[in-house]
Design a protein around this ligand. Sequence first.
Ligand SMILES: Nc1ncnc2c1ncn2[C@@H]1O[C@H](COP(=O)(O)OP(=O)(O)OP(=O)(O)O)[C@@H](O)[C@H]1O
Ligand SMILES: [Mg+2]
Length: 338
Amino acid sequence: MAVPMVGRAAALDELRQAWQRVDGGGGCLPAVLTGEPGTGKSALVGALLRDVRPGTVLTGAARLHSPAPYDWLAAVLAGRDTGALPVPPDALAWLAQRPDVPRERYTPEALLRLAVAAVRALVGAGPAVLVVEDLHALDPASLNLVGELAATDLPTLLLVTSRPPDAAESPQLAARSLARLSGVPGAVRQHLGALEAGHVAQIIAHAYPDAPPSAQLASAVWQRTGGNPYRLTELLAMAAGRGPQALVDEPLPGYLQPAAPDQAPEPELTAREREVLGCLAEGMSNKQIARALEISVRTVTVHVSNLLRKTGASSRTEVALRAVRAGTRADRHPSVHR
Ligand SMILES: Nc1ncnc2c1ncn2[C@@H]1O[C@H](COP(=O)(O)OP(=O)(O)OP(=O)(O)O)[C@@H](O)[C@H]1O
Ligand SMILES: [Mg+2]
């Protein structure tokens, strides 16, 4: 049974408004969605696309097994008629990762320029949505391209999803890339956290329409899944065909268990501080953090100064860089005490 989207109405609304801004004119507008694996970034992208039905959608992602230059564009070009693109055929062979690529004849700068020209031609008069899935896994050439696109006047919503930079091959590159996108004026920045207990209860109630589960059971499921939509949907599938009690009794395979805390000593941070730290590591401004976490800018500044004090860092950049380097856990668990 399909699980209804819960708990992301405000996020969806903000994205819808961003699309309206693009539709009304103006250049490329980045909307960056970050979150731990399975928090529903792709689901949110899907919900937006179903909702606004853009005329043109260009979607690409990294090839998981052997990432190569321009993976994003190659995925976009795959299966498309590229005959009319203003790009010489041999350059196109490189950009589309055709097996019969000619000998290298283009400098990286020239290829980048041609890659932008190809996207420009595909967008046409627009407006369009460019979907960049899993930026953390992308190759450096694609990251560069995405950064370039963000600076163009193309009438596009540049919808980017990413796990936190510490999941990337090169955390610093991913962090810089996210910061560049977030820094575009008007950019939308959302950090998807865990679902709240009430949302988990809503999903369970939907799955068991004939035997509404107790609040106690819903709360137990929330705790054991950490409020993570992926873990929850997997658990629902595993327990399917039995009563709701199976959601609690079913043993969890290792891959569904919330990540064990690192052994390395870390300063004692509150759940909120970890969330703020995660946002800092992704290059968000205080204003963007405030919007992403739905708290006031003033509260953000308090969290940031506490973070500086607890970590002994001298600036927010230093805190962010340390978090990226150390792969400090940020927002991996829902705050049970919130
Ligand atoms: N808000 C939600 N309400 C209900 N179900 C959800 C919600 N968000 C995500 N899901 C479900 O949880 C699962 C994981 O979501 P999704 O694949 O979008 O996560 P993700 O953040 O893109 O993960 P990854 O980092 O692995 O790409 C999907 O089955 C999705 O339908
Ligand atoms: Mg995804």
